[in-house]
Ligand binder design. Structure first.
Ligand code: ADP
Ligand code: MG
Length: 758
């Protein structure tokens, strides 16, 4: 029984609703050693028969046996294995990879079979010599003549070294001289193989054929010299010899499948050997990279903008550019600290007296009252529109809108008058208005920063602020007096702990109520410990009790008149009082020039020994950032998907030529998974290059080599994590697209893929 047997095999073509018969009810038995020539007029089914035999096309009816094995249950993969193992093809249309060199084309056949590199090299060079192409071995196939191409195709078939060699019109496109050379070459290699040649030019082969099959209308009409005829001259091969040959084939270092290293190398070669295609692919990927990352940046930026519109319960003045700063060791700010903060890059302004910054206060008299944030004069950047800057410590500058409401109809009249400031602890101070900064209401309306902060401020001199800060620390502290191991809570301010110039430093004056604390019945000369404790520090003072005051001694000891107004007050020297409450400033605020610099500034501060709190991160939004993400994210996903689809179709167009490549590789027996991997390597490389280019641009923008606002946004908003995510998205896209592309290629039979692509 022959190596190939066909029993009543039929093949139909379905195209556009019409069924055409390719071959019908063909019976055929082919054996090794035969040189079969199939002839017949055009359209008689020669090619169809050959394609069915070589497993390039499916058949619909009958049975085909390969070495006795029935094939009707064969899958595409089975046929690929069959082709890889048994079949070498030579076509009229050559089916070579035109962007590969002669050497690479021939080597490809062996690589697909999994030979190792050294063996491939030796054999390929040998075969190139044999087909007489030595001087062209490194020339691209696209630059060869038809005869040379056909030689390459034959060389490839030789390299594959299978037992069956099929050739469809191998001389069809050649002049008679070239044709003759090809016929001789085929004859030379046909010795122990089954060679099947389709031709309509029988004359060329008649001297070499052992068997002639004539076809007509899809049927075999003549079959001369069939198997039972003894095999002729050059095809005769003793059986023993054949066995030896099979043995030899087994010992070859053959893995039977293409190695991973080879797949990688082919993928890399395919990426770079068509520069125009590479460039187009790069453009598409760069487009995708920028589109996806732009979406990404938009979403992140959106979140930032939203948080500029929120509010916060702890800090009244929730300017989004504000960072609240403390020393990491909890100490007070020094002049050097202020200087460093003020001069740091991206610092727009520094608020030294931060603790008062969140305090809104009234100044008022009978005619006018004004409400604003307490600010220090050093942070006033504008010149007063009316009046001037303070010359005395008790003078202030007001800023606000010139809307006829803040300052009344005649703001000028307010200047120089005295007003009362009411503070937290109930004390009052007197101030005069030195100047007013009138802001144009319309001017600010267009600004994109919407805040609900007060737009009016009251600027005080350093001296005033220091006093007020001391009062604030005093009222913000828990103050206790330890007297005869008994702890008494004191409240700074009227009715509690107050200052008095008549009390010397180191002493304290108490009401007579404290005398019974001691068993002697009087407190004078005894010691007490005063302790002030607040958020920032704890300070103790050891004082001696100067004495106690009663109804009669009050005026003499304090210099004050009416004891009824000072009921129970504890008096101490102002210097001691300052020791307790004037410990400097423990909290400052810096304002960055742009909210995108907040994170960088926070990092810098923390490295410099400060604690930093970005206020906008601690804000309750009326429109939550999450809500924005919920709206923005699906939108971004939709845009990205659209980009992917566009990219997919463009890439498919660009890769059209790849279809021929993979059909060729399939014809040589390459399976779907190695083919997919080769494709994947190619797209992943392109993705990596595009990503690297994108990264290079962002980096150059960061280094200031190129100046582009859009790119700067990437620099500011993308973190390492984002770059990783972006890389992953690109890789996944490359892999998905290559997968989809390979599925379309492998959907039909090998021949079908050819027909679609060529
Ligand atoms: P030959 O190689 O002898 O010229 P073919 O095997 O190519 O003949 O064609 C045999 C028959 O099948 C012809 O009638 C042809 O029209 C038909 N045929 C071949 N290929 C296709 C195809 N892809 N689609 C539809 N009909 C086809
Ligand atoms: Mg044909």
């Amino acid at each position: 029984m022959g190596i190939i047997r066909l029993k009543n095999v039929s093949k139909f073509y379905y195209s556009k609703g019409i069924i055409a018969s390719g071959i019908s009810k063909v019976n055929l038995d082919l054996d090794l050693g035969e040189f079969v020539v199939i002839t017949g007029e055009s359209g008689s089914g020669k090619s169809t028969l050959l394609n069915v035999i070589s497993g390039l096309d499916t058949y619909e009816e009958g049975e085909m046996y390969i070495e006795g094995q029935e094939t009707s249950h064969y899958t595409a993969t089975d046929f690929e294995n069959y082709r890889q193992k048994y079949i070498s093809c030579i076509f009229q249309s050559f089916n070579l990879v035109s962007s590969y060199t002669v050497y690479q084309n021939i080597a490809l056949a062996m690589q697909i079979d999994g030979y190792d590199a050294a063996e491939i090299k030796k054999k390929v060079l040998d075969i190139i010599e044999k087909v007489g192409l030595s001087e062209y071995k490194n020339r691209k196939v696209s630059k060869l003549s038809g005869g040379q191409k056909q030689r390459v195709a034959i060389a490839r078939a030789l390299a594959k070294d299978t037992r069956i060699l099929v050739a469809d019109e191998p001389t069809g496109n050649l002049d008679s001289d070239s044709a003759e050379g090809i016929v001789e070459l085929l004859t030379k290699i046909s010795a122990d193989k089954l060679v099947i040649v389709v031709t309509h030019n029988y004359e060329q082969f008649k001297d070499h054929a052992t068997r002639v099959i004539k076809m007509h209308d899809g049927k075999i009409v003549e079959d001369s010299g069939a198997s039972d005829t003894p095999l002729i001259s050059n095809a005769v091969l003793p059986l023993g010899n054949r066995a030896a040959r099979t043995e030899e084939q087994k010992t070859k270092k053959k893995r039977n499948s293409i190695g991973y290293g080879t797949q990688l190398r082919l993928g890399i070669r395919n990426t770079f050997n068509l520069p125009a295609k590479l460039l187009l692919l790069l453009l598409v990927f760069i487009f995708v990279t920028s589109a996806v990352s732009a979406q990404y940046v938009t979403v992140k930026k959106q979140g930032d903008t939203v948080s500029e519109q929120g509010r916060n319960n702890y800090f009244e003045n929730y300017n989004p550019k504000r960072i609240v700063v403390e020393k990491a060791d909890g100490s007070a700010f020094t002049r050097a600290d202020y200087k460093a903060l003020e001069n740091a890059e991206h610092v727009e302004k520094l608020i030294k007296e931060d603790i008062i910054y969140d305090t809104s206060i009234y100044i008022e008299n009978n005619e006018f009252s004004f409400y604003g944030y307490m600010m220090d004069l050093a942070s006033l950047t504008e010149e007063p529109t009316l009046g001037g800057l303070p010359e005395k410590d008790d003078e202030v500058v007001l800023t606000g809108y010139d809307d006829g409401w803040s300052f009344g109809d005649e703001p000028k009249k307010l200047i120089g008058k005295t007003y009362k400031v009411s503070l937290n602890d109930g004390t009052e101070k007197k101030v005069k208005i030195a100047g007013i900064v009138l802001r144009d209401y319309a001017e600010d309306e267009g600004s994109d920063m919407i805040t609900t902060t007060l737009e009016s401020d009251i600027y005080f001199t350093d001296k005033m602020i220091e006093e007020m800060r001391r009062d604030m620390y005093a009222s913000g502290s828990t103050t206790t007096m330890l007297i005869n191991s008994h702890e008494v809570r004191l409240t700074p301010g009227e009715g509690g702990l107050v200052t008095n110039e008549n009390v010397p430093e180191g002493y304290i004056l108490l009401p007579t109520d404290y005398d019974p604390e001691f068993k002697e019945g009087y407190a004078a000369g005894k010691e007490v410990k005063l302790t002030a404790k607040n958020l920032y520090y704890e300070q103790s003072l050891d004082l001696m009790i100067m004495g106690t005051y009663g109804q009669k001694t009050f005026e003499k000891k304090t210099g004050l008149k009416n004891i009824a107004e000072h009921n129970g007050e504890v008096f101490m020297n102002p210097t001691d009082y300052r020791r307790l409450y004037e410990k400097g400033s423990f909290q400052a605020s810096v304002f960055v020039d742009n909210t995108k610099n907040l994170e960088g500034m926070k990092d810098m501060l923390e490295r410099g020994g400060y604690r930093a709190l970005i206020l906008k991160d601690h804000i309750y939004n009326f429109m939550d950032e999450d809500i924005v993400r919920i709206i923005q994210l699906p939108l971004a996903v939709v845009v990205c998907l659209a980009v992917f689809f566009i990219a997919y179709f463009v890439i498919r167009l660009i890769l059209k030529s790849r279809g021929v490549y993979f059909a060729t590789a399939r014809m040589l027996g390459m399976g779907k998974s190695p083919a997919s991997r080769i494709m994947r390597v190619e797209l992943v490389i392109v993705a990596i290059i595009s990503y690297a280019l994108f990264f290079a641009f962002v980096y150059m923008s960061r280094m200031g080599i190129i100046n582009n606002e859009k790119l700067m946004d990437y620099v500011t908003y993308l973190t390492v994590r984002d770059y990783v995510i972006l890389a992953v998205i690109l890789m996944v896209m490359a892999i998905l697209i290559s997968g989809r592309f390979m599925r379309t290629i492998f959907r039909s039979s090998a021949m079908g893929a050819f027909r679609e692509e060529v």
